[in-house]
Write a protein that binds this ligand. Structure first.
Ligand SMILES: [Zn+2]
Ligand SMILES: [Zn+2]
Length: 140
């Protein structure tokens, strides 16, 4: 939250209740919500909130380096307030996305094929599979 306030201030952007609440919501979740999910939660506290505002705020926060997005998937874009170096496990059945940390993955060097495309600033690994719930015994 401090990071958010500081960055908004640094860039001369007004710290509106809506912006702070949107960041607060995102920072408090580890399930990488979509903009719509953020909208539905924050609207319970700020009924006047518009979905459009949520989108604009999220883009702004990406520009400020406050949040990032998860790589492309079949789902609508999802947002991540965890800016520590981490990796993702994504369930291909239900779309669950969770962070995990791995010292090993942190050490991975970018392959030449990737470096040929541009300058790599960090390596973030996304693993696809079935989460424990989806791979567990079917209950039907
Ligand atoms: Zn799943
Ligand atoms: Zn993440």
């Amino acid at each position: 939250m401090e990071r958010c306030r500081r960055l908004l201030k640094q860039h001369g952007i007004k710290q509106t209740q809506q912006r702070l609440q949107i960041f607060h919501e995102l920072a408090g979740r580890s399930d990488h919500p979509s903009a719509e999910e953020v909208y539905h939660s924050v609207r319970q506290r700020i009924p006047a909130l518009a979905l459009d505002t949520v989108y604009r705020t999220l883009w702004l926060m990406i520009d400020l380096g406050l949040v990032s997005t998860l790589g492309p998937s079949r789902e609508p874009m999802r947002f991540d307030a965890n800016m520590d170096l981490h990796h993702h496990f994504i369930c291909t059945a239900c779309g669950m996305a969770r962070d995990f940390y791995s010292a090993e993955y942190n050490q991975l060097a970018a392959p030449r094929a990737a470096r040929a495309l541009g300058q790599v600033s960090r390596v973030q690994v996304g693993l696809l599979g079935l989460c424990a719930k989806c791979s567990g015994p079917a209950d039907h």
